[in-house]
Design a protein around this ligand. Structure first.
Ligand SMILES: Nc1ncnc2c1ncn2[C@@H]1O[C@H](COP(=O)(O)OP(=O)(O)OP(=O)(O)O)[C@@H](O)[C@H]1O
Length: 302
């Protein structure tokens, strides 16, 4: 079959469970719209994440023009790990709870047709090139594009993932309150471009993107294509102080607090006993981690 130059071969990987199943119709709608626009679409949806990774890996072996993920930042992470340092661009149709990578790239959230139009327009020109973080740990090598976190928020996520109820975002709120009762700093050893610091802290995050967790602007000055990552450290706070500073994170105003610091660098190591790292909301495994900013590792349709 001959195809016009405007026709692209696309692999669309869908998470049907994103946003607790609320975004179930987004994947099929995006695929229908991309086909209506004349593209050849291989649509992938599986019963679990590892099966989807396998299916997408096989589909990418055929050399499509782009990989498009439908879901939240966890799906972006799946895509990033498949296409980092390759010529294949990544498109994002947001349907998750956080959608922070879409937010950072200016992709519309909650409007599938508009998000498809962004992909469609981007397919007609050179993709945007951004950095990605390459993380090396005992678990192997894994990439992130948004934020890697290893602190109180990871502890909350670990707790929420162990809980069966309630469903939906309330689970995170309950996990947060339960863990807040046990809030306690740990000793971090953080090395930024060879300079080591050791301090007691509640939180350590490394941002390529501005926000994570649904608009929490943890590293508000992070730039996606500056070749650098922003490392945020939150030193000990009381529970009350923590609850006061928390809402300010949504506006990125926490960084004026003297207990909060951000250091920018190309290579960042984080060590702390008993802490687990999450990248783009996905469990990467226990610290230590060695993170390298790889400039221009990703081509994005945005
Ligand atoms: N059938 C499935 N296909 C893909 N991912 C799945 C599936 N079932 C469960 N998941 C899980 O969904 C997570 C990714 O979710 P995603 O980020 O796309 O949406 P989300 O609603 O924003 O999720 P979360 O807020 O929990 O990160 C992965 O951790 C993955 O293990």
């Amino acid at each position: 079959m001959t195809t016009s130059t405007a026709t692209k071969r696309l692999v669309v990987a869908i998470n049907p469970t994103a946003s607790f199943g609320k975004g179930r119709e987004v994947g099929p709608a995006a695929v229908a719209e991309l086909r209506r626009l004349g593209h050849e679409v291989v649509s992938l949806s599986e019963s679990d994440f590892p099966s989807l990774v396998d299916a997408a890996t096989r589909a990418l072996a055929d050399g499509p023009d782009a990989l498009v993920v439908v879901g939240g930042d966890g799906m972006v992470n799946l895509g990033v790990n498949l296409v980092a340092e390759t010529a294949t661009p990544l498109g994002i149709i947001p349907s998750g709870t956080g959608n922070d990578m879409a937010r950072g790239l200016g992709i519309p959230i909650g409007d599938t047709a508009e998000a498809v139009r962004v992909v469609e327009r981007a397919l007609t020109r050179e993709p945007r090139v951004i950095d990605a973080g390459r993380v090396t740990s005992a678990a192997g090598v894994r990439w992130f594009a948004c934020v890697l976190s290893a602190g109180f928020d990871s502890v909350v996520t670990e707790r929420a993932n162990r809980m069966r109820r309630p469903r939906g975002r309330a689970r995170y709120t309950i996990a947060l309150l339960l863990e807040l009762a046990r809030l306690r700093p740990v000793v971090y050893r953080i090395t930024v471009d060879g300079v080591e610091m050791q301090e007691r802290a509640l939180l350590a995050c490394v941002g390529n993107n501005v926000s994570f967790g649904g608009g929490m602007r943890v590293t508000p000055d992070a730039v996606l294509d500056d070749g650098l990552l922003d490392a945020l450290v939150v030193r000990p706070l009381s529970r009350i102080q923590f609850l006061r500073i928390f809402p300010r994170v949504f506006r990125g105003e926490h960084i004026t607090d003297p207990r909060v610091s951000i250091v920018r660098g190309r290579r960042i190591g984080i060590e702390a006993d008993g802490m687990v790292a999450y990248g783009d909301g996905e469990r990467f495994g226990p610290l230590p981690v060695d993170i390298e900013c790889v400039p221009g590792a990703l081509r994005v349709l945005a």
